[in-house]
Design a protein around this ligand. Structure first.
Ligand SMILES: [Zn+2]
Length: 397
């Protein structure tokens, strides 16, 4: 309950701030809207998502290459796809002799200079597009405690951002990012210091193959079609591995339950069933990829009382009232019958499609609607029997 009120409070506060903006615009009161703009879907942002690595160098006025470094970037969608989040990390690989001489002139010891060379510089940049103006807006925070606000635009294969620096940062800069090809970009940033000094950084980044994790789908899961085909494939694999992991640990249906639900099913359906009690139903491993791309969790399996992988039913007894146990087993056995009729591939396809075509609402998935309907018929009168297999065949023929 506590958690829920905190969430509601956050929603209310954000709704209140939205409302304030609206009132200013229209001059009259409107109900606050909780509807977000469509998630970012522009080609530039989608192209940038991934891991990048490269080298950078910096010139300061006449001093060429005073610092060189290696950089890494991880770019992903965040906050339900409303922002593009770039996390950068770079390491100085060399400082010019001239600069080292200057540092020594500032009475820095060799070990201080060594430390400076080995330091890691980190930054976070958060981008979005103003839905009203189409302008690119960004904020930057870095490990030198600089903050910068950027505004800019994209033209063809270039993005031009104007940054204004504050806190430990000073002055202004213009950064031009040029897309060379799908796996390469070059960034040039010119800084104008308040004292008139000019610094110029240049970085060349390539998409890092190594940085791609095994779970990286290489797909843009913000695209609904790609999301559905990804979930269908991964969902099917997950069902198969879960079934194989739990089948041997399961036991056949208990005879008292079987005597109650038996008249509704064919014997071979119930003979095949294995029941396995677990302390929690785990979320599938491919959720990590969804998280990486900033996509909210489709459904939280950890709260579920039961789940069926082909002929193997997992039950979490802590999530179900003991009185409802037989009813839950009935529901899961309907899924076993659906699996048998549709095959595991067919079940995965229908399940994911049914879910994606119905506003990603679990209760509107046709396979679930049928399981709940038949379960209710069983609950209302366990004497009035019908054939689950016949109902399944009728619906999915
Ligand atoms: Zn179900």
């Amino acid at each position: 309950m506590k958690k829920l009120s905190a969430i509601l409070l956050v929603i209310m506060i954000s709704a209140a701030s939205c409302a304030t903006n609206r009132e200013k615009e229209s001059g009259k009161e409107n109900m606050p809207s909780l509807e977000p703009p469509k998630a970012l879907n522009d080609e530039w942002s989608k192209w940038l998502v991934g891991d990048w690595q490269g080298t950078a160098k910096s010139d300061f006025g006449e001093h060429k290459d005073w610092a060189k470094g290696d950089c890494r970037l991880n770019i992903k969608f965040g906050l339900n796809g409303q922002f593009l989040v770039r996390q950068g990390q770079s390491q100085v690989t060399s400082l010019s002799d001239e600069y080292i001489k200057q540092l020594k002139g500032q009475h820095l010891s060799d070990s201080d200079i060594e430390k400076m060379c080995n330091s890691t510089f980190k930054s976070v940049e958060i981008y979005t597009i103003d839905p009203k103006t189409g302008e690119v807006i960004a904020y930057l925070f870095d490990s030198l405690r600089c903050i910068a606000k950027g505004t800019g635009k994209r033209e063809g294969n270039k993005e031009i951002m104007n940054w204004v620096w504050s806190v430990q940062g000073q002055g202004a800069s213009v950064r031009v990012t040029e897309k060379v090809d799908n796996d390469k970009f070059i960034t040039t940033e010119k800084y104008k210091m308040p004292d008139g000094g000019i610094m110029e950084d240049k970085a060349e980044m390539t998409r890092s193959k190594k940085g791609k994790s095994d779970s990286d789908s290489g797909m843009d899961l913000h695209n609904p079609e790609q999301l559905v085909s990804y979930l269908e494939k991964e969902g099917r694999n997950w069902m198969v591995t879960q079934r194989d992991a739990y089948w041997a640990k399961g036991r056949p249906l208990e005879s008292d339950i079987r005597s109650v639900i038996g008249p509704f099913f064919q014997n071979d359906t119930l003979d095949s069933v294995r029941i396995c009690e677990v302390s929690q139903i785990e979320n599938p491993p491919f959720y990590k990829e969804l998280e990486r791309q900033g996509i909210p969790m489709p459904m939280d399996f950890r709260n579920m009382a039961g789940i069926t992988f082909n002929d193997t039913v997992l039950i979490n007894p802590s999530k179900i009232d003991a009185k409802r146990h037989t009813s839950l087993i009935f529901h899961e056995c309907v899924h076993v019958a659906q699996f048998r009729f549709l095959t595991p591939d067919g079940f995965a396809r229908e399940y994911v499609k049914g879910w994606a075509n119905n506003e990603f609402d679990y209760y509107k998935i046709p396979l679930e609607i049928q399981a709940y309907q038949l379960q209710r018929r069983f609950d209302s009168n366990s004497q009035s029997t019908f054939s689950v297999e016949a109902e399944v065949a009728q619906k999915w023929k």
